[in-house]
Design a protein around this ligand. Sequence first.
Ligand code: ASP
Ligand code: MG
Length: 446
Amino acid sequence: MVTVVKIGGSILKDEKDLELIVHRVRDYAEADRLIVVVSAVKNVTNELIEAVENRDKSIEIVNNVYDKYVRLLSKVSERKKFENAFKEISKMADEMLKITWSVRVIDEVTPRIRDYILSFGERMSTVLVTASLWSAGLEAIPQIEPLIITDESYGEANVIPSLTEQEIKKISESHQKLIVTPGFIGRTVNGRFTTLGRGGSDYSATLVGRFSGAREVRLITEVPGIMTGDPKRFRGAKTIDSLSLIEAVELAQLGAKRLHPRTFEPLFEADMKVIIEGLYDEGSTKIVTQCDPSPPIKGIAVLENLSEITVESIRMVGKIGAAAAIMGEAQRAKVNLVSISQPASETTIHLFVERSSKDRLVEKLKELQGSLIKSVESKDVMAVSAVGCGLSRPEVFRRVLKIVGGYDVKSLSRGLSDVSVTFITDREEGYRLAEELHEVIVKWTS
Ligand code: ASP
Ligand code: MG
């Protein structure tokens, strides 16, 4: 049987991490054939983005990335014995430097070139992790060329399932015992590198799991699984032992441990388990198909940096297309709408967006002032969400509403199959509400 193990970037920073990773992989490799999906070393993707954007510093940044890998590689393996790995990394570094120079000279970067530059992080990690496994006596095979075939939507590429399946089948039928391959990146049919969106290596791992017929996908990370709340914020926060697929989808988007939104998508089409586990501390969360309604609420999440944009006008009342016109402005300003609400009187529309994108949208909406809308106002808010399949039961939902009744809540919306509910509040109120809700969960689970 095949197991997929994903090594997150947050646990790829020094030789101690690599040692722990090798131990973990060895444990799993004894029982199964493994495909190890790797992320870029901690912060490398951010640094490469900085290199693309800040051209004065790009060469220095890219050289630092190269140094990081060479330093780590020398710590886990002797240069002589691992000449190939060193050669491979320096060949990639040459390529990376050349392309960074061209971007700097031309002073322009296309989405395709951007993905090409980002691909070096995960590709170099593949060489690094393979070498670490070799030096511990594990015969890993590097598969540097991405197995995931995508379209040409650079930056957020879409997977082509039939072609990806063919690629992964070839590899899984080769019966290699231990393969290491990059997460986050894909390639087009013409062999151009693409990326699946930030944090995409979790998604790569579940895709590889689906197409290799894996029984299990283990996402190894710095935190011991998905927790009831952010342990930095909530007293008594603990690991959730098991979550249903829908709960996981909701929490992945909202929770302290952010996962790529599409991470769990392949699970709807494959019978496999996903386990999120810590590298440093014991603890893991199993994602299962069936929902266990006890405890009825599994976790509390907060989104702190939101803004509410309120659009008012009686001209919108009963007017077909009014909401579409307003949402259209968000699309034109390239602003993601985190939440939306409108009273039945239709006199107002509230849009909730990331604070960093508020000004862009407000500016666009002001262009509609005087025609469709009368006023546009904005203020800072936050979102508090509770997630758990028990929320679809009226008695649980009522209990939550009773608590919420003590706070000034601006809007309420329910998520997928009613397994989540999100409240928008002022910042002060939001933290207190989140804490009170979290205390209820802790009581339920202890
Ligand atoms: N290295 C990529 C990122 O930082 C992908 C990942 O870590 O999942 O977004
Ligand atoms: Mg990562």
